[in-house]
Design a protein around this ligand. Structure first.
Ligand code: FAD
Length: 411
């Protein structure tokens, strides 16, 4: 079954890239997923495969030597990877965002001609790092305070110095810590009275003086992301390290909200995988398991029907969301986006839980992938800026208030 729907609705590039991701996922990533999960090791081997397949440059524009995939194509490919290894798909998303945000999203935003020219020159350097040298970028923005939820300026500061910036701060849950070549750090331009608008998105070389990775990493799920803590102490980066012009992240977050929705395709893939496993298990087709059929029991059939309904609901919103991504979406589109993101994150864990209940005790043994899917699925709705709680929070407010409305105005 295709997560992306019937192939006839896909472009030739979409079909080709989804098939490529499916083959890599099935043949390479799935067999390695158990050991990366058990040992909480970063899947360098999977990244070498992504590099060889050209998938690291999926969202680098064609003019810069990349594959030029659009938003919809990328999320479909990401979901296919997530079906086979959640940690690879989630960390791959951090890498791809460095290209999406500096690429098609930045192209849709307002810049002065000088900013646009400067941005073109800067991003050409980063795209060459990826296209020519196979560099991997990550995206540490979480700090453990209110900034990642969009409620305060970043605590990580970029102080203007001769030729560039000196960056100081701490990022928690930095997926690809110790594995990426560049950390795409969100920070605040250090100047008097700086607000959230004074945001900066800088590519910090992993080898730069003042960069260190600290702390352990022994979480419930998504263990292969190796999301340890990143410390930055007076790290010099040149002006060309800007992945977006000063202040543009703020505009992007306000005008292109789908930029945050790229976290959910991984979990769409996990939801699909939980369903796939259940069907195979009930049909006695899971390799290494005794050939005991369970599909003839009405309770199993009802459970699997319930799973399929949840999966189709999830997929429908996922695909709608993929098509909707645009600058300045109208209010309905924005609300559907929150609903879609919430649904994918929550249904992934609901489906994984149902899968274990339906398949039964033997299915949660560590020799099978289902218990990993269950643990990985639990992580989705925790991810800022759009945790399940914050999606509900935004949706509830926007259902009841039009822009700028205040309760005091009602007599
Ligand atoms: C596997 C994994 C990989 C990750 N990878 C990355 C990464 O690569 N880069 C990165 O930057 N981050 C990453 N994160 C971090 C993630 O996005 C969150 O920042 C992190 O999980 C937040 O944890 P916290 O306990 O500090 O959240 P808190 O900020 O303490 O929030 C706890 C909960 O309170 C709610 N909440 C928070 N703020 C508000 C508010 N203002 N109003 C109402 N409710 C609020 C939210 O629902 C949130 O879930 C990753 C997380 C996981 C689990």
């Amino acid at each position: 079954m295709h997560i992306a729907g019937h192939p006839q609705h896909l472009s030739a590039q979409q079909r080709e890239l989804i098939e490529l991701a499916a083959t890599l996922g099935r043949e390479k990533f799935a067999p390695r997923a158990e050991s990366h999960d058990r040992d909480a090791t970063f899947p360098f081997d999977n990244y070498e495969d992504l590099r060889q397949a050209g998938l690291l440059k999926i969202c680098v524009p064609k003019a810069s030597g990349g594959l030029g995939a659009d938003f919809a194509t990328y999320v479909m490919v990401a979901a296919e990877i997530g079906r086979h290894c959640g940690a690879t798909a989630l960390s791959y998303n951090m890498h791809v965002c460095s290209c999406l945000w500096s690429g098609l999203i930045a192209d849709a935003l307002d810049m002065t001609p000088e900013q646009r020219a400067d941005h073109e020159a800067n991003r050409a350097i980063h795209y060459a790092n990826i296209v020519e040298r196979g560099a991997v970028y990550s995206q540490p923005f979480s700090e453990g305070g209110a900034a990642a939820a969009g409620k305060a300026p970043w605590g990580t500061l970029a102080t203007p110095v001769e030729g560039g910036y000196a960056v100081t701060g701490k990022k928690i849950f930095a997926s690809l810590a110790g594995a990426a070549d560049f950390y795409g750090v969100l920070c605040t331009l250090d100047r008097p009275g700086a607000t959230q608008r004074d945001s900066l998105y800088l590519a910090v070389p992993a080898q730069a003086d003042g960069v260190s990775v600290v702390g352990d990493w022994d979480p419930l799920g998504m263990r292969g992301t190796v999301s340890r803590t990143l410390l930055l102490q007076d790290v010099f980066v040149p002006h060309a390290a800007r992945l977006m012009p000063e202040g543009l992240y703020w505009q992007a977050a306000a005008r292109f909200p789908h930029m945050f929705a790229t976290l959910s395709p991984t979990y769409m893939g996990i939801a699909q995988a939980a369903y796939d496993f259940t069907v195979a298990y009930l049909r006695a087709e899971v390799p290494g398991m005794p050939k005991v059929l369970r599909r003839m029991y009405p309770t199993k059939q009802i459970a699997v029907a319930d799973m399929r309904i949840k999966l189709e609901q999830t997929r429908a919103l996922f695909l709608q969301n993929a098509r909707d991504a645009t600058v300045d979406p109208d209010k309905d589109t924005r609300m559907r986006l929150y609903a879609a993101h919430y649904t994918i994150m929550e249904n992934a864990q609901a489906l994984a839980a149902l899968a274990i209940r339906t398949c039964g005790g033997q299915s949660m043994l560590k020799s099978l992938p289902l218990e990993r899917l269950y643990r990985d699925a639990r992580c989705g709705s925790l991810m800022l800026p759009w945790t399940a709680e914050l999606c509900v929070d935004r949706l509830g407010r926007e259902c009841l208030y039009e822009a700028g409305e205040r309760d005091e105005e009602i007599e």
